[in-house]
Design a protein around this ligand. Structure first.
Ligand code: AMP
Length: 222
C-alpha cells in the first residue's frame, strides 16, 4: 500500500509520516527532505532547487517526479511507502499513476486552520546536527535553543520565515488543494483533523489505516 499525506505546510505531515514509517514499516519518501539534503550538499540538484525553495515556490515537476521515480524503485519500497510532500500538483499526481499506478493507495489530508499553521511554522526549529524537528512551543528546549535529542543548535528553516510562509500557503491553495478532487474521484481520499498533539493526530491516522489494512486483508481472503 501507498499512503499519501496531503496537507498544507505545518500540518504535521513530516512528523506523521515518520510515525507511519515506524509503526507500519512503510518507508517514508519526503521530497522536501531529499531536496534540503541536496541543497546542503551543494549537488547540481540542490543548486537547481535552492532558489525556488527559498522563495516558498515549487521546484519543477520534472525534478521531483524524477526523485520519486527513483525512490519508489528501491527494494525497501516493494511492500509500499508513505509519501510526504508529494504529489503537490495535478501533473505530479498524474505522473505517480504512470510511475506506480497498480499499487493501492490511500490519501489522508490533515486539515488545520491557517492561524494555527502560521503559529506552528514560526515556532518550528530544526536541529542543525541531527535534523530532528522541534517546536519552541512544545516544551522549553534544553538549555534554551538546543536540540533535545543530540544537544545540537536549533535553527529556523529558511522557508519558515513569515514572508515565505505566506507564499507557501498561497501555493498550497492554488496548486495542491485541487488534488482533493483528483483523489475523491479515485475514491481514495479521507481527511482528519490536525488539531491537538502529534499523538492525538496519529491515533486518528492509525484508525483510518487499520481500517484500510483490514479491508485489504478481507479483499485478499474473499
Ligand atoms: P516541504 O518540506 O515538503 O514543505 O518542502 C519544502 C520545499 O521543497 C517546498 O516549499 C518546495 O519548494 C520544495 N518541494 C518539496 N516537495 C515538492 C514537490 N512535490 N513539488 C515541488 N516542490 C517541492
Amino acid at each position: 500500500m501507498r499512503v499519501i499525506l496531503l496537507g498544507p505546510p505545518g500540518s504535521g505531515k513530516g512528523t506523521q509520516a515518520c510515525r507511519i514509517e515506524e509503526k507500519y514499516r512503510l518507508p517514508k519518501i519526503s521530497t522536501g527532505d531529499i531536496l534540503r539534503q541536496a541543497v546542503r550538499s551543494g549537488t547540481p540538484l540542490g543548486l537547481k532547487a535552492e532558489a525556488m525553495m527559498r522563495q516558498g515556490l515549487l521546484v519543477s515537476d520534472d525534478i521531483v517526479v524524477g526523485l520519486v521515480e527513483e525512490a519508489v524503485q528501491r527494494e525497501e519500497c516493494r511492500r509500499g511507502y508513505v509519501l510526504d510532500g508529494f504529489p503537490r500538483t495535478l501533473s505530479q499526481a498524474e505522473s505517480l499513476v504512470r510511475i506506480d499506478g497498480r499499487r493501492t493507495e490511500q490519501v489522508i489530508e490533515i486539515l488545520i486552520d491557517a492561524e494555527e499553521l502560521i503559529h506552528r511554522l514560526t515556532q518550528r526549529r530544526v536541529c542543525a546536527r541531527c535534523r530532528a524537528i522541534t517546536s519552541l512551543a512544545a516544551k522549553a528546549p534544553r538549555g534554551g535553543e538546543l536540540c533535545a535529542v543530540c544537544g545540537g543548535n536549533l535553527e529556523l528553516r529558511d522557508d519558515d520565515r513569515p514572508e515565505v510562509i505566506r507564499e507557501r500557503l498561497r501555493v498550497f491553495s492554488a496548486q495542491t488543494a485541487p488534488l482533493r478532487d483528483f483523489y475523491l474521484n479515485r475514491n481514495v481520499y479521507s481527511s482528519i483533523s490536525g488539531k491537538g498533539t502529534a499523538d492525538e493526530v496519529f491515533s486518528r491516522i492509525s484508525g483510518l489505516l487499520e481500517g484500510f489494512l483490514s479491508g485489504a486483508a478481507e479483499g485478499r481472503r474473499s
